[in-house]
Design a protein around this ligand. Structure first.
Ligand code: GUN
Length: 282
């Protein structure tokens, strides 16, 4: 039976460390500040945003909340982002995605100043990750690395397989594993013989967005299995991309859903906010 990698416990530890750092920053007159923009009434987004604001409160980061109606115009949203870019007291800007249909999401997200891109979504941030230079790391992939590291596993020299090639998770995930000296393969919807590839993995990261598609037969005995998926199963219950009940019998270690990668994304967002505030004052 696999070791359970507990994202709640590990993310709480990270937030504790950040809280300590923020206390020290505040003693020097610096309070990190995150602006959170939520447009419309998507219920999942509202929950994510609430959790992010709670995490800010826990760590001691000031959070400024902008909750705008569903029919907000492109111009109104652009004006808000511009004003937050210019506001020296704001260290990080997070525009919760998805945005309503009338909004050009690409235009809005690329407007955010790279200095305030705490999601790590901008080309500047992904480019810095690619080059191994300083920049904000995408929160979910950075959270996966921390989960592996803090559970005592090393990445160096390991066969790492990332299933999924999204801009927000799969691609930056592969780059971060590479930076940690893993031997990295990216598999995706057009990959032939997917099982053959996933069975090679010492570290398998599933970021596909399909409920329980990774079965025991897709996993090598003793693998570390990280599940980024957040889906509903046939009974409407929250589940990952990995068939947890099957795979836990075969893996060395596995993350649950919920309670695995999810809380780590928020912890890494907090980390990026603190880093933004630290950098600004340098
Ligand atoms: N929507 C779902 N996850 C995220 C995230 O990590 N950041 C933003 N901005 N929107 C999201």
């Amino acid at each position: 039976m696999a070791v359970l990698i507990d994202g709640k416990v590990i993310s709480t530890k990270i937030k504790e460390e950040l809280k300590q750092e923020v206390t020290e920053m505040k003693a020097q007159g610096i309070t990190p500040c995150l602006a959170v923009i939520l447009v419309g009434d998507d219920s999942a987004s509202a929950i994510y945003v609430r959790n992010k604001k709670r995490a800010c409160e826990y760590v001691g980061i000031e959070s400024r909340s902008y909750e705008l109606p569903e029919d907000t115009t492109q111009e109104e949203l652009e004006k808000l982002v511009t004003s937050l870019n210019e506001d020296e007291n704001v260290d990080g800007i997070l525009v919760q995605l998805p945005l309503p249909g009338q909004i050009d999401e690409e235009k809005i997200t690329t407007m955010i100043s790279p200095k305030k891109d705490v999601d790590g979504f901008l080309a500047d941030s992904i480019g810095a990750l690619c080059l191994g230079t300083e920049g904000f790391r995408s929160c979910t992939p950075a959270g996966v690395i921390e989960l592996i590291r803090r559970s005592g596993y090393s990445i160096e020299g390991k066969e790492c397989v990332v299933v999924g090639r999204s801009n927000h998770v799969g691609k930056p995930m592969a780059l971060l594993l590479l930076q940690e000296n893993g031997t990295v393969t990216i598999a995706h919807s057009r990959t032939k013989n997917l099982g053959e590839i996933t069975r090679r993995a010492d570290i398998l990261v599933a970021a596909v967005g399909k409920a329980k598609i990774i079965k025991a037969c897709d996993v090598k005995e003793g693998a570390i299995v990280i599940d980024v998926g957040m889906n509903r199963d046939e009974n409407g219950k929250l589940c990952g991309d990995v068939d947890f009940e099957q795979v836990k019998e075969k893996a060395e270690a596995i993350t649950p859903v919920p309670g695995g990668v999810g809380p780590m994304t928020i912890a890494m967002l907090m980390n990026n906010c603190v880093e933004a505030a630290r950098k600004k004052r340098r």
